[in-house]
Design a protein around this ligand. Structure first.
Ligand code: ADP
Length: 446
């Protein structure tokens, strides 16, 4: 097992990775920007290295600085967390070339799945159902028109290199298409440095359902159940839960079998998530994330596993033990993403946290980088905490989440805690009958 791991990230996920490392007796190296000198992940780590100025491009995305930090501290492995360099195959290759184990999948799989059009083509080849669409990059306006006529409006134009819900354009009719196509290309170029776009049928009221997998280097595959991430705002997840209230066991079994089969055919290694849209009883693969996800704790709650420690063990060459009959989730888990943002405008709300009190009691978990008097920096993502609860069933978990939200205090900055309190009491959410648009409808209906 590794003796020392460098955590190439910040915020709650850097703290999360540190915790697993410490429990495994592994020493940690935190890297940080100048702005993050007093951040929690830095205070917790065994060693720290400043890797550059506040801007992420100069620090958390600065591969040379991070690799130099690994070199000078004698780290054996690098955990990239999520975001930043976690899905950068060049970084994973550089790590391996310099003799550091990259705690993540093979570079070829990061590349394959990082490009959404190649991911969809590959998924189709391996037998996953996908959304009707171009199946590849749109060559020009004529091509876009031709595909839209074929699959029927409304359609969605998406960026091949897209992420975080950005670069998507819904097109309701032909007259809007050329404009939307060109805008999507321009926006995609600006956001991702890549103007390639593709097209999918725009599903009207789907749910977002994803499947967590963990695979070792010896062909072992764990399928760790699904997560329902349909509570979204602007295509970004806000609340996640598992199991999904929408699925029946036989649908689950079929979906999990497909994912297991794909992992085996790919010889995939590490943690991964297959994302699907689900509508009228059908699943449609939309992408695969080749890293740990923000919402991984809900899976941990119902499986009792520490996914970060398994990522580390798998990277060190350990075998996943066989689980006869697969994993059966125990109870129900929900996660609320707490963002530092203005309640009405949803604009980020950085600043000093003057008061901080986290909920407790049985089966309540808070993954966060906050502490009293810490500064929420304006340079990075506004998600500052995750509140995760576990219950014996969905009703129990809902009641626990409601109670926990009431206890949570974050003073000095604006947060979306009030929004969560309203959502957790919303009838549509409570009923379990919701889709990717429901959260916005709940806000609009208030
Ligand atoms: P990103 O990688 O930017 O997050 P995804 O492809 O994962 O993009 O999609 C993000 C969200 O956008 C989905 O969870 C869903 O809410 C919505 N979405 C994506 N594709 C479609 C589609 N074809 N029809 C309707 N909604 C979609």
């Amino acid at each position: 097992m590794f003796k020392k791991i460098l955590i190439a990230n910040r915020g709650e996920i850097a703290v999360r990775v540190h915790r697993s490392c410490r429990e495994m007796g592994i020493s940690t190296v935190a890297v940080h920007s100048e702005a993050d000198a007093d951040a929690l992940h830095v205070k917790m780590a065994n060693e720290t290295v400043c890797i550059g100025p506040a801007s992420a491009t100069d620090s958390y995305l600065n591969m040379t600085a991070i690799l130099s930090a690994a070199e000078v501290t004698d780290a054996e492995a690098i955990h990239p967390g999520y975001g930043f360099l976690s899905e950068n195959s060049k970084f994973s290759e550089m790590c391996e070339d310099l003799g550091f184990a990259f705690i993540g999948p093979k570079a070829e799989h990061i590349d394959l799945m990082g490009d959404k059009t190649s991911a969809i083509a590959y998924a189709t080849e391996l037998g996953l159902p996908t959304v009707p669409g171009s199946g590849g990059v749109l060559k020009d306006e004529k091509h876009a028109e031709h595909i839209a006529e074929k699959i029927g409006y409304p359609v969605l134009i998406k960026a091949s290199s897209g992420g975080g819900g950005r670069g998507m354009k819904v097109v309701h009719e032909k007259s809007e298409l050329v404009n939307a196509f060109n805008m999507a290309k321009t926006e995609s170029k600006a956001a991702f440095g890549d103007d390639r776009v593709y097209m999918e049928k725009y599903l009207i009221t789907p749910r977002h359902i994803e499947v967590q997998v963990m695979c070792d280097k010896h062909g072992g595959v764990w399928v760790l159940g699904e997560r329902d991430c349909s509570m979204q705002r602007r295509y970004q997840k806000v609340i996640e839960e598992t199991p999904s209230p929408a699925l029946k066991d036989e649908q689950r079994a079929k979906l999990f079998e497909l994912c297991e089969d794909v992992c085996k055919k790919m010889s995939y290694v590490g943690a991964g998530t297959f994302e699907f849209l689900y509508e009228n009883g059908e699943f449609y693969f939309i992408e695969m994330n080749t890293r740990l996800q923000v919402e991984h704790p809900v899976t941990e709650m119902v499986t009792g596993l520490d996914l970060v420690s398994w990522q580390i063990k798998v990277a060190a060459g350990e075998k996943l033990p066989m689980i006869n009959g697969g994993f059966k989730p125990r109870g129900h888990s929900i996660e609320c993403r707490i963002n530092a943002e203005h309640a009405e405008t949803f604009r980020p709300s950085p600043g000093k946290v003057t008061e901080y009190f986290t909920p407790g009691g049985p089966n309540v978990r808070v993954d966060s980088s906050l502490y009293t008097d810490c500064i929420v920096q304006p340079y990075y993502d506004s998600m500052v905490a995750k509140l995760i609860v576990h219950g014996k069933d969905r009703t129990d978990a809902m009641a626990r989440m409601k109670r926990s939200l009431e206890e949570f205090i974050v003073g000095g900055i604006d947060t979306n805690l009030d929004l969560h309190k309203r959502l957790i009491s919303n009838n549509a959410f409570l009923s379990g009958d919701y889709n990717i648009h429901s959260l916005q409808q709940m806000i609009d209906g208030e």
